[in-house]
Design a binder for this molecule. Sequence first.
Ligand SMILES: Nc1ncnc2c1ncn2[C@@H]1O[C@H](COP(=O)(O)OP(=O)(O)O)[C@@H](O)[C@H]1O
Ligand SMILES: [Mg+2]
Length: 230
Amino acid sequence: MTTLLNASNVRKTYRLGRVDVPVLRDASISIEEGEWVAILGSSGSGKSTLLHLLGGLDRGDSNSGPIQFGDEDLRKFSPRRENHYRNRDVGFVFQFYHLLPELNVLENAMLPALVGLSRLRWHREKSALRARTTELLTTCGLAHRLTHRPSELSGGERQRVAIARALINHPRILLADEPTGNLDAETGRGILDLLAERHAAGLTLVMVTHDATIAARAQRQVRIVDGRVV
Ligand SMILES: Nc1ncnc2c1ncn2[C@@H]1O[C@H](COP(=O)(O)OP(=O)(O)O)[C@@H](O)[C@H]1O
Ligand SMILES: [Mg+2]
């Protein structure tokens, strides 16, 4: 088995006024290629904090242990490498979708593929990119919504767009933070089915949830307790 991500003794402390609030205290987790791991924990236990660190969206304390992506240490990334990691190596799905309201579904999903693309390459590649994004959105059940704005979509449809956006650059790993947390049970099941399909097709998946029923869909479950992964 190949280890994709390996966090060991990660520490993250927030400072509230003059008080230090340690959230992660030597948290360790290893993600193998092809796995579907659920990270459980009560509200405020540090699930989002850990996922943000794994996705390179935030950094640990100065005395934190490493997060390894293959043989690279995220702490040692240059700004350029960090941007590339966030944009290409990982995909991130948020509970509240974070779509851009003025862009339509196709444009939202395509956006990460446009980052860093020169005008020349955009002109050369735009029709291929549009076709690839349309195909991905179709497999996400959104073929009939391509030109709609997010405000015209249901919550489940918005999350499908967010998943397509997270997958457009073929990430090595998808990190999903309570992806069904804002949805009713049935709509949430549809989103989990979509993630399960992607996992079956080879995607490595790390999903944060506070709900044991949702976590049961994963292959492996871990829990954050007192700032550690147990
Ligand atoms: N930016 C921040 N500044 C200060 N405290 C924060 C910040 N983000 C999170 N926290 C605190 O850290 C703890 C863990 O937060 P979080 O990782 O969001 O938990 P979870 O996702 O498990 O609900 C909570 O007590 C939260 O209030
Ligand atoms: Mg959270």
